[in-house]
Design a protein around this ligand. Structure first.
Ligand code: IMP
Length: 437
């Protein structure tokens, strides 16, 4: 019997945008369930199928594969307006979506219009100190989840009368706070209630107790893929606080955000770019705010899927990635966008930090502001590599780069992305069942 783990968890090990869409799309082929367990419409996962490009925000990427049940777990901040728009757009392109392939947790928290409003108002007020959020209402939604008395969960959208009453009560509170703090105009509770009753009516066939569904799948040994959002350095607990998102985005967030036991996490694939990017504010030690960064941005098309913002770019930070890989118990890496490094005379990797001239022993995400990178320089390669399908097809310098990443992070590289298309991937040293080379 094959003793390897049936389930796979994919998490980003940097600051998000590591190209999860493409990897999740490939792994969906060997899974029966694809599950989102964190974040919300702040995420943007891009999948290319032939000439078609799909930008997914809330719907798991497995929706593009037949026979896969896609689950929006309880840990997600669910914005029904965005989800329904996404569902309509996908249906318009011929993707079948219904209760047979999409399930939404009744326990997921709902992003309401006042969450989006508060996100923008609070960021404007912070001015220079702002977090640089995606303005999708994610932080305020999770804040209400923690506050409990002002929270709305997906299951509640299905009960019109109690929902009307609850929204009236919450909006009264929000109007009071927003007008006092920001001088904002009052919101119309009844209009919001009617809009969300309608969203509830449309989502109803897909709303379910997804924890039960997934625990049954675990018991039956059906392969599940947990699709992380954002990146580990944006994790609410383990990231570069306060410049983080508001949920648990590492593999540690899977059990709580999906309602499965920790043993269900399975094989953990840590996704990294061959360089580093970050959107929004916060420390970024290996950032190249110069022509190198601009070149990475242009070659890698580093503009946000969700907000269109230009991303900050820099060299690969092996010290940060090792920290994130240890935290999530990563078994193997998927190295994306190696083709973006083609054409550099030399490439650099950050191998550690110095603070006040002293080498730092342990990575501390809260002290990155003071950190200075220790860089190692490797020879670059001039060749385009998008046609490579085997490791041996890569130029020697690119092979060395991959080997050095493996050494520094202490994990094998399972997959190497050499271009945006589905097949522009080298299946290298993966141990994911069904995808071995
Ligand atoms: P929020 O999640 O919208 O509150 O944003 C908080 C921080 O996380 C900001 O720096 C965002 O740019 C960043 N962020 C949130 N989601 C993503 C993502 O999917 N990719 C990259 N950065 C993200």
């Amino acid at each position: 019997m094959d003793k390897r783990k049936a389930n796979v968890t994919v998490v980003g090990l940097q600051w998000g945008d590591e190209g999860k869409g493409k990897v999740v799309d490939a792994l969906s082929r060997v899974c029966k369930y694809v599950v989102r367990f964190c974040g919300g419409a702040n995420a943007g996962h891009t999948v290319r199928v032939g000439q078609e490009r799909y930008a997914m925000h809330l719907i798991p990427c497995g929706i593009l594969h037949e026979g896969v049940t896609n689950v929006v777990g309880n840990g997600v901040a669910f914005d029904p307006a965005v989800a329904l728009e996404e569902i309509d757009a996908l249906r318009g392109r011929g993707v079948k979506i219904g209760p047979e392939n999409l399930r939404i947790s009744a326990a997921a928290h709902v992003v309401m219009p006042y969450h989006r409003l508060e996100d923008s108002l609070s960021e404007s007020r912070l001015g220079e100190d702002k977090i640089g959020t995606t303005a999708r209402g994610i932080g305020p939604c999770y804040a209400d989840k923690a506050r409990r008395s002002t929270a709305v969960r997906v299951g509640e959208l299905l009960e019109a009368d109690p929902l009307r009453q609850k929204i009236r009560r919450i909006v009264e509170v929000k109007n009071g706070v927003f007008s006092a703090l920001y001088g904002a105009e009052p919101m119309d509770a009844d209009a919001i209630a009617e809009e969300f009753i309608d969203h509830g009516r449309r989502c109803a066939p897909m709303v379910a107790n997804t924890g039960v569904l997934l625990r049954r799948a675990v018991a039956a040994g059906e392969p599940i893929l947990f699709e992380g959002g954002q990146g580990s350095l944006l994790d609410i607990d383990h990231g570069t606080f306060p410049f983080v998102t508001s949920s648990s985005v590492t593999a540690c967030g899977v059990p709580a955000g999906a309602g499965v036991p920790p043993s269900a996490v399975g094989q953990v694939v840590g996704l990294v770019k061959a360089y580093t990017t970050r959107v929004g504010a916060g420390p970024f030690p290996s950032e190249q705010d110069n022509e190198i960064g601009q070149r990475l941005r242009d070659r890698g098309n580093e503009y946000g899927t969700t907000t269109g913002r230009p991303r900050r770019c820099g060299w690969f930070d092996a010290f940060a990635v090792k920290y994130a890989a240890d935290l999530s118990g990563v078994n193997e890496l998927a190295l994306a966008l190696l083709d973006v490094l083609s054409g550099f005379q030399e490439v650099r990797i950050c191998t550690g930090y110095r603070v006040d001239g002293r080498t730092v022993e342990d990575f501390d995400p809260t002290r990155l502001g003071e950190a200075e990178c220790v860089f190692e320089t490797l020879p670059g390669w001039q060749e385009e590599i998008s046609a490579a399908r085997r490791f041996d097809d890569l130029p020697g310098e690119a092979q060395n780069y991959v080997r050095r990443v493996e050494q520094l992070v202490g994990r094998p590289v399972g997959f190497i992305g050499v271009g945006p298309a589905r097949d522009e991937t080298i299946v290298h040293r993966t141990n994911v069942r069904g995808l071995e080379p």
